[in-house]
Design a protein around this ligand. Structure first.
Ligand code: CTP
Ligand code: MG
Length: 264
């Protein structure tokens, strides 16, 4: 039997770079806070038992959101720290009675609402039997320039072998908590960095450029467009599968069903 898997979402930041009145995880897109979308893809995945959300102590907004559609699989932990690494570490400690050392923990930014089901499937597919664990990431596509102090190009850097780290990042509970305990939070800006600090080499799993992190105000519009597009794609898929089923259904059954529909 594979190890159990849990998600942990650090959502205790203040979103200074977005510069809104609310912390960015509570900014709304199509009537729902960003956090709702980040939680949703994880909570709906069959491999994930529970989604823990790390909040600042005294957060009053989480309890006002409607989490019922996830049927009790979302649990707030009011123990956020002063850095992302501290929030994740505190969250892991707070969830220690639920998670075993060998269980998988998928750490995912609250500020990444556009995570897709396919990327999650790829993470599980590629890491389930991995010793170390790993993270979603995408190869760097643009040409890289190094700037000098006058903001002029000092050099063009080769981009071969460079990847942009995303989340979720998936590690075993025991390894992750050890790595974060040993890490300097200023250096360990993601879980992989903390694990690298132990001399290990996390695996890079191909992510998707649409799994953006909302960091600046203009990212919100982009997230809105990507989410609308995902919703449309899901609807089209549902429609296609209904009409495939319809095509397979014998015509007598179909006419009974239509008669029933007319009665209603
Ligand atoms: N985070 C956290 N605790 C902190 C800082 C950040 O849980 N002390 C979370 C954020 O809520 C976010 C994720 O870590 O989901 C990624 O961080 P980032 O994008 O930097 O968000 P903020 O720190 O909120 O934004 P900013 O750096 O612009 O203030
Ligand atoms: Mg930050």
């Amino acid at each position: 039997m594979p190890a159990k898997a849990y998600a942990l979402i650090p959502a205790a930041g203040s979103g200074t770079r977005v510069g809104a009145a609310l912390p960015k995880q509570y900014l709304e897109v199509a009537g729902r806070p960003l956090l709702h979308y980040s939680v949703g893809t994880l909570a709906r995945h069959p491999r994930i038992e529970q989604v823990f959300v790390v909040l600042t102590q005294g957060d009053e907004r989480f309890a006002r959101c409607d989490w019922r559609e996830f049927g009790g699989r979302v649990e707030p932990l009011y123990c956020g720290g002063t850095t992302r690494a501290a929030s994740v570490f505190n969250g892991l400690l707070a969830a220690r009675d639920t998670m075993d050392g060998a269980d998988w923990v998928l750490v995912h930014d609250a500020a990444r609402p556009c995570l897709g089901r396919d990327e999650l499937d790829r993470l599980f597919g590629e890491l389930e039997d991995d010793e170390t664990g790993g993270l979603l990431a995408v190869p760097v596509a643009d040409t890289l320039k190094r700037a000098n102090r006058e903001t002029r190009v000092a050099a063009t850097e080769p981009r071969d072998g460079l990847w942009l780290a995303q989340t979720p990042q998936m590690f075993r509970y025991r390894l992750l908590i050890e790595a974060l305990r040993a890490a300097d939070p200023a250096v360990a800006t993601d879980e992989a960095r903390a694990v690298e600090g132990l001399g290990l080499k996390p695996r890079l799993v191909l992510g998707d450029t649409r799994n953006i992190k909302v960091t600046f105000p203009e990212d919100l519009l982009l997230a809105e467009l990507i989410l609308a597009n995902q919703k449309l794609a899901a609807k089209t898929l549902r429609k296609a599968s209904t009409s495939r089923q319809d095509a397979k259904t014998p015509s007598k059954e179909k006419s009974n069903r239509n008669a029933l529909k007319r009665k209603r």
